[in-house]
Design a protein around this ligand. Structure first.
Ligand code: N2P
Length: 357
């Protein structure tokens, strides 16, 4: 009898240990239980006080993870190892995810704050009627530069970057579409070009920029530019605004040949386990005061019309970061070019990176 009791005791104890192990493993993999929400966002892209505020307000615990490119995010979601409840891809990736059946349709009745979004950011071609996504931030790609380090040389064009005087003076954001787009735009091609010869030409042109490129970096580009480690940086507009906040000597320009206009939207990926909490989080981020605080912190442009009332006039009237609709018409939005073409962009960008070594 004693043996039987001991046997059951061992079984019970070991099951408890196994269960505990599984639950902590699930947690470390971003398990979304009833009261847990896993958010997957770009690095440096939220005021973390807002996460705490959301947790206090709802009692939902947020697990927050970051990525630094649409491609990296997509790979993780496709793998499905983590139960992301909310993610923040850019437009061309939303189109791709929607086509590949990786998104859950949104329940608009649970998003009353959606009314705060400016209608010009709604119902865009990558997601008609916002069935799967709602706007988070938007912006451009351009050149942040330090006139002092450039002896007041004016920067207006992508082609200014190929000046031999700029040896080791340029930092590039580590993004395939951004940098290949720069090569294409500098040659007068569209940044959605899929002509193989044009893409190769763009890569060869980028190779010629190599002597001027100091490094290809992630979010640290902000710190490096603000600390005057390089004279020019290819950045997203919000990073430029943050850099210019840190170092007032710098300026930002969207090159005259054209550039990218992008939109990052919140979505609920197929990996979600807590769809109700995901809606709560999205709706929370759409609140005008929350969106204004977030905008103030990250420095990007908000699509939330009501939030503009809580932001400094100086900021929202700055055409460098809130370009007018006329100006934005001249810019191109990345299109979903299909699996093959996107792979070609990635491959050529990788080859350009290798060429530097
Ligand atoms: C923030 C990155 C913004 C991404 N660090 C632009 N799509």
């Amino acid at each position: 009898m004693k043996h039987i009791v001991r046997f059951f005791l061992i079984i019970t104890l070991s099951s408890a240990v196994i269960l505990l192990g599984i639950s902590s493993l699930n947690k470390s993999q971003g398990y979304s239980g009833k009261n847990t929400l896993t958010v997957y966002n770009w690095g440096d892209y939220i005021d973390e006080d807002l996460i705490t505020k959301f947790e206090k307000q709802t009692g939902i615990k947020v697990i927050y993870e970051t990525f630094d490119s649409n491609e990296a995010m997509m790979t993780k979601i496709e793998q499905g190892g983590t139960n992301y409840d909310v993610a923040v891809p850019s437009e061309y990736m939303i189109d791709k995810m929607r086509q590949e059946n990786l998104l859950i349709p949104l329940d608009h009745s649970k998003l009353p704050n959606l009314k705060n979004i400016d209608s010009r950011f709604m119902d865009l071609p990558f997601d008609p009627e916002n069935k799967y996504s709602v706007p988070y931030f938007w912006g451009t790609v351009g050149i942040v530069y330090n006139p002092k380090m450039l002896h007041n040389k004016k920067i207006t064009s992508w082609n200014d970057l190929w000046d031999p005087d700029l040896k080791n003076q340029i930092l590039l954001t580590d993004g395939a579409r951004e940098i290949m787009g720069m090569g294409l735009n500098s040659l007068g091609y569209s940044l959605n070009d899929t002509n193989k010869q044009h893409l190769r030409q763009a890569k060869e042109k980028l190779d010629k920029l190599t002597p001027n490129v100091k490094a290809i970096v992630g979010d640290e580009i902000k710190m490096l530019m603000a600390n005057e480690e390089a004279a020019l940086g290819i950045v997203w507009s919000g990073d430029a605004s943050e850099i210019m906040y840190e170092n007032e000597d710098l300026d930002y320009v969207v090159p005259q040949e054209g550039s990218n206009l992008w939109f990052d939207n919140m979505v609920i990926p197929k990996t979600a386990k807590n769809i109700d909490a995901a809606h709560k989080f999205i709706n929370f981020m759409l609140d005008p005061k929350v969106a204004a605080k977030n905008t103030d912190y990250v420095g990007y442009s908000t699509p939330n019309k009501q939030a503009l009332n809580y932001l400094d006039k100086e900021v929202v009237e700055d055409e460098r970061f809130y370009p007018s609709p006329e100006l934005t018409k001249k810019l191109e939005v990345y299109e979903n070019l299909g699996k093959r073409n996107l792979a070609t962009y990635n491959e050529l960008f990788l080859q350009f990176k290798m060429h530097r070594k």
